[in-house]
Design a binder for this molecule. Structure first.
Ligand code: NAD
Length: 280
């Protein structure tokens, strides 16, 4: 299975579909990630806060896959903002993952009440200049947070990873990010599993002989969004990758577009999440 790649504003090319690992316990990593790699996933989305970087690092080290075929993303946690803390946190992530170069490093949340995300961004710019990271980006950043880091460094993030699924489509910020050539990664692309029973999605899925999850992932990909659904079920892991042999027509796309809902947001408001200390 060859997954299409999307060219980022720094020239790197990220696989459009990957494997998400939030709430994937260390103990579950070998079987689940093993199934994902067997199914052809080459893009893994993790974070310091997920507590599974070391387990992921061990699976990658044991897998017979060339490093340049893999795309690994990790994220700086909220209690490590500031220049020195960011550099130390990055070293920790790389040690746990067992990597020399990271493909993509993101600031996980802006934590504006601490007002140190611009310092973290500066540190990430330095790490990229040193060749230790290929691409740098942000997550859960709103346009004013992005303006701030670009204003202070002149460096535009390559991606913003934000909550985005059929019930929360983020149309306004999508236009703003597109105008700045910042690619969107949709987090919780399947709405954490809760939109799979929607009758509109079920109807479209039946038409194609596909699952609701496959229809939703196709909808993201059609709009140039980068996705990494999470599952521990080998069957779901495989089927979530099998989305390149059918197309949604204009009516089906419009029907999913119409599911956007005022109360569709599932996660915290980006500017409200605080530093929340991690133990290590
Ligand atoms: P998701 O939208 O990927 O949904 C996962 C849920 O859907 C799980 O309960 C899973 O069992 C179920 N599921 C998956 N495939 C299925 C299938 N084919 N059929 C039926 N059920 C299926 O949720 P997520 O894990 O929140 O988001 C994906 C990834 O996004 C995360 O793992 C993580 O990597 C990233 N993420 C990032 C942030 C952030 O703040 N940057 C926040 C949340 C998630």
């Amino acid at each position: 299975m060859t997954v299409p790649r999307i060219r980022l504003n720094d020239g790197t090319e990220i696989p459009a579909l990957g494997y998400g690992t939030w709430q994937l316990d260390e103990g579950a990593v070998p079987e689940a990630l093993g199934a994902a790699l067997d199914a052809g996933y080459r893009h893994i989305d993790t974070a310091h806060a997920y507590g599974n970087e070391a387990a992921i690092g061990r699976v990658i080290a044991d897998a017979d896959i060339a490093r340049d075929e893999l795309w690994i993303t990790s994220k700086l946690w909220n209690d490590r903002h500031g220049r020195d803390a960011t550099l130390r946190a990055f070293d920790g992530t790389m040690e746990r993952l067992g990597l020399d170069v990271l493909d993509l490093y993101l600031i996980h949340w802006p934590v504006p009440m601490e007002d140190k995300y611009a310092e973290s961004w500066q540190a990430m710019v330095e790490l990229r200049e040193q060749g230790r990271i290929r691409s740098i980006g942000v997550s859960n950043f709103e346009p004013d947070h992005i303006d701030r880091i670009v204003g202070e460094t002149g460096v535009v993030p390559s991606v913003d990873q934000i909550e985005l699924h059929p019930r929360y489509q983020q149309r306004a910020i999508r236009d703003t990010l597109a105008a700045r050539d910042i690619r969107i990664e949709s987090w919780s692309p399947l709405g954490q599993g809760e939109i799979m029973s929607d009758p509109t999605i079920a109807r479209i899925a039946e038409t194609h002989g596909k699952s609701p999850a496959q229809v939703i992932l196709r909808w993201h990909l059609d709009q140039g969004l980068i996705v990494f659904p999470k599952s521990t079920s080998p069957d779901h892991i495989r089927s979530n990758m099998d989305v390149f042999d059918f197309a949604l027509d204009a009516e089906q796309t419009a029907a999913i577009d119409a599911l956007d809902a005022a109360d569709g947001k599932m996660g915290p408001k980006p500017s409200e999440l605080g530093p929340i200390p991690l133990s290590e």
